[in-house]
Design a protein around this ligand. Structure first.
Ligand SMILES: [Zn+2]
Length: 71
């Protein structure tokens, strides 16, 4: 089962994030910028995954499995 990244959870530290939607379709969020309220980092997210190069380090964010899009 695919585990998608929760954009409300920080990729770097798992802290709570503020999400600014940058693209959506039929009310479903396709892309957003996720700003962490704990470490202050901004991570781009699109269709279920953070767009990060740091895959050497396992993401600290929460995950979900019920589909790529958030509504
Ligand atoms: Zn963080």
């Amino acid at each position: 089962m695919t585990e998608y990244h929760n954009p409300y959870s920080c990729y770097s530290c798992g802290g709570k994030c503020t999400v600014e939607v940058t693209d959506s379709l039929d009310g479903h969020m396709l892309e957003c910028d996720s700003t962490c309220s704990v470490c202050g980092k901004i991570h781009p997210w699109a269709t279920g995954f953070y767009l990060m190069d740091e895959d050497s380090q396992p993401p600290k964010c929460e995950t979900y499995t019920n589909g790529a899009f958030l509504g």
